[in-house]
Design a protein around this ligand. Structure first.
Ligand SMILES: Cc1ncc(COP(=O)(O)O)c(C=O)c1O
Length: 401
């Protein structure tokens, strides 16, 4: 046993070494033109990422959080509107909702997929929504606010079950904004459309993060909005640039939310490798599934329903002995993560909202039991074997199998 990490949780060094020549050429090109903000690199990325996601438009911004916030505002979410999402996500999901001026409401996740449970959304809407005879909008009976949007989170690289969510959204006149920050390239089989559809192409708009550790990551901050709605794209492009439609003519008050050209150029190079990297992640997930299968129910592997092709941003197992397993792996030099240890509704930041333990049991149980194993493009089968052997050793010594 040693304390030195032998198997990292993620390897961000190797891909940059492999692409060093191309990435440095981008820097050189940008330095030579000194076009640091906007320009051909950003426009090129927007065109290519829209093509990758099968959408008409892409608006590059400086983070996934801004992408989500601008999407909500551009889609017409107003101060006081209710936006429904899940408490099992990174806090950026709810930060964006609040900062768009909206009121956060939660529904619980499906414990198998860790994404929004459409049945729970249905129950919430049936219980709380009543149609206003004048406007036709659905109003929350107790809060007396319009229920305006839903934000399904495609967590860990797997899309939420979108058909029933879209059906409910149509029935209750909700705008659907996908939080696709962890799901670049993920796919969903839509029975409604009878074909596979890409993350980012399903809702009115979607938000992606290009944070360095993401499947498509910048060498700094970055994000993007994808949409088929021209008006949303136009408004989002204004919001990211101080609300201006023309230089120094500000139609609305906006933000400084632009992506810089260096990041855009770097992302364009990496985008060419994204499909290959995602395939490697899917192959690694398959290897983990096989290696961990003998442990039966004691260490539960991720579930990929028939409707999903996950891109395994994270490979998350589940066990009642999570903390002990994490320590055992750390002692063996294997790095892991927990995404996320505290559900959003129980975060100190939201204490004033009065949510309490027991409000969202599936999320709370997951937060205690989930563990993210090493997962990245380039993870070697030998490293995975070591991870699985160490987990099996742990299971035997704790007699959990
Ligand atoms: C699910 C989810 N939503 C939103 C975000 C926010 O993205 P960013 O960090 O680029 O602002 C993240 C980033 O980790 C995320 O995982």
């Amino acid at each position: 046993m040693t304390n030195t990490t032998k198997i990292p949780f993620v390897d961000l060094v190797t891909p940059h070494k492999e692409l060093e020549g191309e990435l440095l050429a981008v820097c050189k090109r940008v330095f030579e033109t000194a076009g640091f903000i906007g320009g051909p690199e950003v426009e090129g990325l927007e065109k290519e990422f829209a093509e990758y996601c099968n959408t008409k438009h892409c608006v590059a911004v400086n983070s996934g959080t801004d992408a989500l916030r601008f999407s909500l505002v551009a889609a017409g979410i107003q101060s006081g509107d209710i936006v429904v999402t899940v408490p099992h996500s990174f806090i950026a999901t709810t930060e964006a909702i609040s900062q768009a001026g909206a009121h956060i409401e939660f529904v619980d996740i499906d414990p198998r997929t860790y994404t929004l449970d459409p049945e729970k959304l249905k129950q919430y809407l049936e219980l709380w929504c009543v149609q206003d005879a004048g406007t036709g909008r659905y109003i929350h009976k107790r809060l007396r606010k319009p229920v305006a949007a839903v934000v399904p989170v495609h967590l860990y690289g797997q899309m939420a079950d979108m058909d029933p969510i879209l059906d409910l959204a149509a029935r209750y006149k909700l705008v659907v904004i996908e939080d696709a920050c962890q799901a670049h390239g993920a796919e969903y089989f839509s029975k409604n459309q009878n074909c596979w559809v890409k993350a980012g192409s399903v809702g009115r708009a979607a938000a992606f993060s290009f944070y360095p550790g993401k499947n498509l990551g910048a060498c700094g901050e970055g994000g993007a909005i994808t949409t088929n709605d021209e008006e949303i794209a136009r408004k989002a492009a204004m919001l990211r640039d101080h609300g201006q439609s023309k230089k120094y003519y500000h139609d609305v008050e906006g933000y400084n939310g632009r992506l810089d050209s260096l990041q855009a150029g770097i992302l364009r190079i990496k985008l060419r490798h994204l499909s290959g990297w995602n395939q490697q992640r899917r192959a690694s997930a398959c290897i983990y599934d096989q290696l961990l299968a003998p442990l039966g129910g004691s260490v539960i592997c991720p579930v990929e329903p028939d409707y999903a092709k996950s891109v395994y941003h994270l490979y998350v197992v589940r066990t009642q002995f999570r903390d002990e397993l994490q320590k055992y792996l750390a002692d063996a030099g294997i790095a892991t993560g927990i995404h996320y240890p505290v559900p959003i509704h129980l975060q100190a930041a939201y204490a004033s909202r009065g949510w309490k333990q027991g409000d969202f049991p599936n999320t709370e149980a997951a937060a205690h039991e989930i563990l993210s194993l090493p997962m990245f493009a380039g993870l070697a089968a030998e490293q995975q074997k070591q991870v699985a052997e160490t987990i099996s050793e742990f299971a035997a010594s704790f007699a959990v199998s």
